[in-house]
Structure formats: structure tokens, C-alpha cells
Write a new protein. Structure first.
Length: 411
């Protein structure tokens, strides 16, 4: 008989706009006066009436656009913040990895933080010591183990935090998008470890914008929209619904207002549009056409050198590729508006609809200024004159359909 490990009923979280400014008398009088005069800044529901169950050994993927309520849900389940409505119960020990350095004391060494985390999970020192070598080997931070965590890079913190969370055997593992900070090799290691965790009967809640990772790990998926559950079910079905959410919207041009949130205010996106070779805005193209993605962004703080990072997914939600100009590209120099165009050659794409997500990023030191997920698409249509088209009208499979050079050598 299946055992329910996570039970959520009507969970909701309301935030008051303007935030909590503290308990000082002057601030309290000011807010009360505004309320009496009818000038309250109001409130909004980050999460509303969310209900679901997760059984032992299951991995539930949670997806949705920025602001959909994903991180709020995980913070509630991790007891970082309290719900406004509803209730939930979790059966067993919980380990959460919600942001870089979660659960770490910056002044303590990596070794001391491993034991601290074990204590928080209710483990005895002997139990943690038994797992120590395995944790250190997986994290790859052995050389820095005796150094204070405050001197670790964000990647090193994530490596150690995931190794601790996954190896100290919690019954429930809650993971947010934080794994995106790690390199590709480490992300693969993490996915492999999470599969081992579920095969051993433990339970995972996994929030990610990487549809391939969600599809690889999770059989079930939940789509959040505006703080509510829009759909739940088979992962492939839910991902397909998510990536097609804007199919009916104009896709050739996307503009971002000044109110579009950024993470640090240092740089922000202004617009994106698909263009043909003549610079005209397009929403669809043929497999034999060259096309470009024009990105305009603005630098607000001196010394910041951002550049766009593009993530292209196909209609199945699979990540086709990631692209950026490179560390030596002279992008984003100086204050003001900048424009760059990512060029795609002809005979690259297959017949499909492709979806774009974009990060505005400074590499050194690594900072993500703005994230816009699944904001644009481009429809690629077949061409009767394409040399890569099947003469028998057979559907060519694959995320891409590049035209390579074939040398025909007589024997």
C-alpha cells in the first residue's frame, strides 16, 4: 500500500505590498495612518488554494513562469515562512536546498557545516562521520574543506550543499533551481544522485526551468500559474502544455517594460525579436532560411558587463542548446542601451516550434541580472525545396536538422 509522504491541502500565502518595515513606533504609526486614510498599498496572493499529495519514492516536478509561486511553495514546505491559509504535513526528515548557502554558517568551515547540517536533520555525530568521506568526494571541495564557507564560490557552496542534502539520508528532499549554478558535469551528477535517492524509497520535490531535467527525473509534474495549480499529471503532458502556453500570442516581437523585475537593478532587458536577413520582424521561417534573434538591453550601473544567454527548447520541452557570445565578447560596455543579434544559419532547424528563455548575465564575477523563461517562440516550417527533406515524405526526427557535408569517396 502506498504511503503519502507529503500532503498539502488548500495552501495559500498572502503578502502585503510594501513589506514588513519592522516594529518601530514611527513606521507603525505611518502604516496605520495610511490604512485609515484608505491609502493602503494592498496585498497579493503568491500562492492560493494549492493541494496535492506525493507518495514515498516519487519525484514531483514543479514548473511555471517566474512569479508563479514555485519558490514560495517550497519555502512553506521547508517551514522558512508560514502559510496564510491551508495546511500541510510531511512524513519524515526534510532536507531543503533552496538557494546558494542554505543552512550554512559562513564563519564555519565546510567540515563543520557538514556536521551542523547533520545535527539539524537530527543525526548523531557518528552517523554524519560515517557519511563524511562520501559527501566530500561527491562535492569535490576536499582542498577547501577546512576553509570558512564565506570564502567559497557560489558553485562550491552548491556542490557542498547538494552533497550534504543528498547523502545525509532525509526522507524528503526539496530542491529549487539552485542546481543551475553548478556546471553541466555536476548537474548530471546531481540528477544521477536524485534518481538513486528515489530508487531507495525517498521522496523529491524538484523545481526547475530545465525541462529536460524535469522530464528525466520526474514521472509526475505540476504546473503553477499565478500562485495556483493550473495542471498536474504525466510529466510529458504537463511540459507540453507549459511550453505551448503562448502559441496564440504574437511571437515575432517581445518588449519588456521598465517595471519588469530584475534581480539587482544593474541591467535589464528591453526587447527581443526574430528577424530575417533584411532585419524584418518575423514569427515563422523556413528550414532553408537564415534568421536572427535581436536582443536589446540596458546597463544601469557602471562597471557591469552583461551579455544575454539563450536557452532554446523544442516543442517537447527538451533543451536543444544554450548559446552566449563568449567571455571575450565586447558586450555591455558602458552605461546605456546595447543591441546584439544571434545569427542562425540556414538548414539548421527541423520543422517544429522552438521556445526561447533568456538570462542577462555577467560572467566575472558570475551574476544573473534578469531571467525571462519561455518568453518567445519561432515556428519553423518545412520547405519543399529543402535538400534535407525526406523524398518519401517521412517525418525527420530530431531537435535539429542540420545540413552537413558528406564526402562521397569511390572504393
Amino acid at each position: 500500500m502506498s504511503e503519502v509522504m507529503i500532503s498539502v491541502e488548500g495552501l495559500g500565502k498572502e503578502y502585503h505590498l510594501g513589506g514588513n518595515k519592522g516594529l518601530d513606533l514611527r513606521g507603525g504609526l505611518k502604516r496605520n495612518t495610511k490604512a485609515l486614510l484608505g491609502r493602503s498599498q494592498g496585498s497579493f496572493w503568491a500562492l492560493k488554494d494549492v493541494s496535492f499529495n506525493v507518495e514515498r519514492g516519487d519525484a514531483l516536478g514543479i514548473i511555471g513562469r517566474n512569479g508563479a509561486g514555485k519558490s514560495t511553495l517550497l519555502k512553506l514546505l521547508s517551514r522558512i515562512t508560514m502559510p496564510t491559509t491551508g495546511r500541510f504535513s510531511i512524513n519524515g526528515r526534510v532536507s531543503s536546498l533552496l538557494e546558494v548557502g542554505t543552512g550554512f554558517h559562513p564563519e564555519l568551515s565546510g567540515r563543520e557545516n557538514i556536521f551542523l547540517n547533520g545535527t539539524i536533520l537530527g543525526m548523531r555525530r557518528a552517523e554524519v562521520k560515517q557519511k563524511l568521506d562520501e559527501i566530500v568526494e561527491f562535492s569535490g571541495v576536499e582542498r577547501f574543506l577546512e576553509n570558512p564557507v564565506k570564502h567559497y564560490s557560489s558553485g562550491q557552496k552548491v556542490r557542498l550543499a547538494f552533497a550534504v542534502a543528498a547523502h545525509l539520508e532525509p526522507e524528503v528532499l526539496i530542491i529549487d533551481e539552485v542546481l543551475a549554478v553548478g556546471d553541466l558535469e555536476f548537474q548530471r551528477k546531481c540528477l544521477g544522485k536524485m534518481k538513486d535517492v528515489t530508487s531507495n524509497g525517498r521522496t523529491i520535490l524538484f523545481v526547475s526551468h530545465n525541462m529536460s531535467a524535469i522530464n528525466s527525473l520526474c514521472k509526475r509534474c505540476m504546473l503553477l500559474s499565478d500562485g495556483m495549480v493550473e495542471a498536474e499529471g504525466d510529466t510529458r503532458t504537463i511540459i507540453n502544455r507549459y511550453v505551448h502556453f503562448n502559441d496564440d500570442a504574437p511571437t515575432g516581437l517581445r518588449e519588456f517594460s521598465e517595471k519588469t523585475p530584475t534581480r539587482d537593478g544593474a541591467a535589464s532587458l528591453r526587447s527581443m525579436r526574430w528577424v530575417d536577413l533584411s532585419g524584418n520582424t518575423i514569427s515563422r521561417s523556413k528550414v532553408t532560411d537564415a534568421l536572427g534573434l535581436e536582443i536589446t538591453y540596458e546597463v544601469h550601473k557602471a562597471g557591469v558587463r552583461p551579455q544575454p544567454v539563450i536557452f532554446l527548447h523544442n516543442s517537447e520541452g527538451d533543451l536543444v542548446f544554450t548559446s552566449f557570445a563568449g567571455l571575450d565578447a565586447p558586450l555591455g560596455q558602458g552605461l546605456g542601451t546595447h543591441c546584439t543579434i544571434l545569427r542562425f544559419p540556414p538548414d539548421l532547424f527541423n520543422e517544429d516550434t522552438y521556445y526561447v528563455s533568456i538570462w542577462l548575465t555577467t560572467w566575472l564575477p558570475h551574476t544573473v541580472h534578469q531571467v525571462q523563461e519561455n518568453v518567445m517562440n519561432i515556428q519553423i516550417m518545412d520547405d519543399l525545396n529543402s535538400s534535407t527533406r525526406s523524398p518519401s515524405h517521412y517525418v525527420i526526427k530530431g531537435a535539429l536538422r542540420p545540413r552537413f557535408t558528406w564526402d562521397i569517396i569511390p572504393v
